[in-house]
Design a protein around this ligand. Structure first.
Ligand code: SAM
Length: 370
């Protein structure tokens, strides 16, 4: 037996044991698909570890600084791949659109399960698509591969019974909703500070999908608009350092924002999408925790000035820490909602997409940001 076969069986056994690869049909496909073929620069042990493998990086512009390398493509962690394929709930004969071909490994799994004539996959990067095409052909697969911005889907292959995004979105692109068949299923990671959130949608009307958050955490790089810029909004890394400063105090221990409970992170994300959190440990100065988004920034001193009181310095048109403080309080007040208490309603209009708590018509809902 080939060495890779032992390794893939071991990996598949691990995923089965963790409850992440439950369907026997998918189990067979996993065991028959050589992941190392899609990761030729890695040794076999790396190719069959349950880890994401970054395969491409590009420099992102940084405000007032050197560009920073960010990952722009990877082979996703096998556990994330397995969970997303499971949530897709494919049936024999389904036609699937994958957004984010990347290495082509996930495409190979889809071809193995459904047949290559039932799979369409799109990636922004033509070089990745060419390479994936070659590797898939080595396995005898010739699915339709498209090199273009996947935000618009692939209209001339629609409708699709299933759409799988392997890059994270801030909203559900309207084209995906339109191209999903009646009763279709759409699986996509949510981008932002809570990018460990996985969304699972069903098509509930011609112009609507309705979804929920999966209990499994998955983290994905964003769907980006430009080939040359890895950032989701095509912008620049770095916080605006606006004027309008305000000094004050807070009764919220800032440490709560360091490695927060993932469900708290999701709740804060609903209030401040794409909030970044940094800890600064300056040996000769104050240790601070900073939070920021593209408009505002707040710095909180980790050492309290008196028991239960911390100093906070906020800059920008929005008092960011006040919003964090409110969100953390509200999360506790609402009984620390777990992610299974939310629903997501998305029309094929970007200004009509909401996440709601418990009840779509209840008092708590948040728009998915543009
Ligand atoms: C995590 S990787 C995909 C992993 C892939 N499914 C695999 O098995 O190797 C995310 C991919 O999304 C692609 N991507 C990012 N923005 C995109 C866009 N607007 N349209 C299509 N693909 C995009 C990236 O080029 C990258 O290859």
């Amino acid at each position: 037996m080939a060495e890779w076969q032992h390794l893939v069986d071991h990996l598949a056994d691990e995923l089965v044991q963790r409850g992440q690869l439950t369907d026997p049909l998918w189990q067979n496909v996993f065991r028959q698909t050589p992941r190392h073929l899609f990761l030729p620069d890695r040794d076999l042990a790396d190719a069959y570890a349950n880890d994401a493998v970054v395969t491409q990086q590009r420099p992102a512009p940084v405000a007032g600084g050197e560009p920073m390398l960010l990952p722009t493509s990877s082979a996703s962690a096998p556990s994330a791949v397995a969970v997303m394929l499971d949530r897709l709930e494919v049936q024999d004969g389904d036609r699937v659109l994958e957004i984010g071909t990347g290495t082509g490994y996930n495409t190979a799994l889809l071809c193995g399960r459904l047949g290559d004539d039932h799979v369409v996959s799109i990636d922004l990067d033509p070089d990745l698509v060419d390479t994936a095409r070659t590797r898939l052909a080595e396995l005898g697969f010739g699915p339709r591969l498209v090199a273009r911005d996947g935000t618009d889907g692939v209209p001339d292959g629609a409708p699709y019974d299933r759409i799988l995004a392997t890059c994270a979105v801030t909203q559900v692109p309207p084209a995906w909703i339109r191209q999903l068949a009646p009763n279709g299923r759409l699986v996509a990671p949510l981008h932002g500070a809570a990018d460990a959130a996985l969304m699972v949608f069903d098509k509930t009307a011609d112009d609507e999908v309705t979804g929920r958050f999966d209990p499994e955490l998955t983290s994905f790089m964003p769907l980006r608009p430009q080939l040359g810029n890895p950032l989701v909004d095509g912008g620049t890394i770095g916080w605006a350092v606006p004027l309008m400063a305000a000094d004050g105090t807070t009764t919220l221990d800032p440490v709560v924002m360091v490695d927060p409970d993932p469900d708290l992170a999701l709740f804060v994300h609903l209030h401040i999408p794409s909030l970044a959190v940094f800890t600064t440990d300056v040996s000769d100065g104050p240790r601070t925790i900073s939070v920021g988004d593209s408009t505002a920034v707040a710095e909180v001193n980790v050492d309290p000035t008196s028991p239960g009181v911390w100093t906070v310095h906020q800059r920008g048109p929005r008092r960011l820490w006040d919003t964090v403080e409110h969100a953390v309080w509200l999360w506790g007040h609402l009984g620390k909602p777990r992610r299974d208490r939310y629903g997501i309603s998305a029309l094929d209009r970007t200004d009509r997409q909401y996440i709601w708590l418990d009840d779509p018509y209840g008092p708590y809902s948040w728009p998915l940001p543009l």
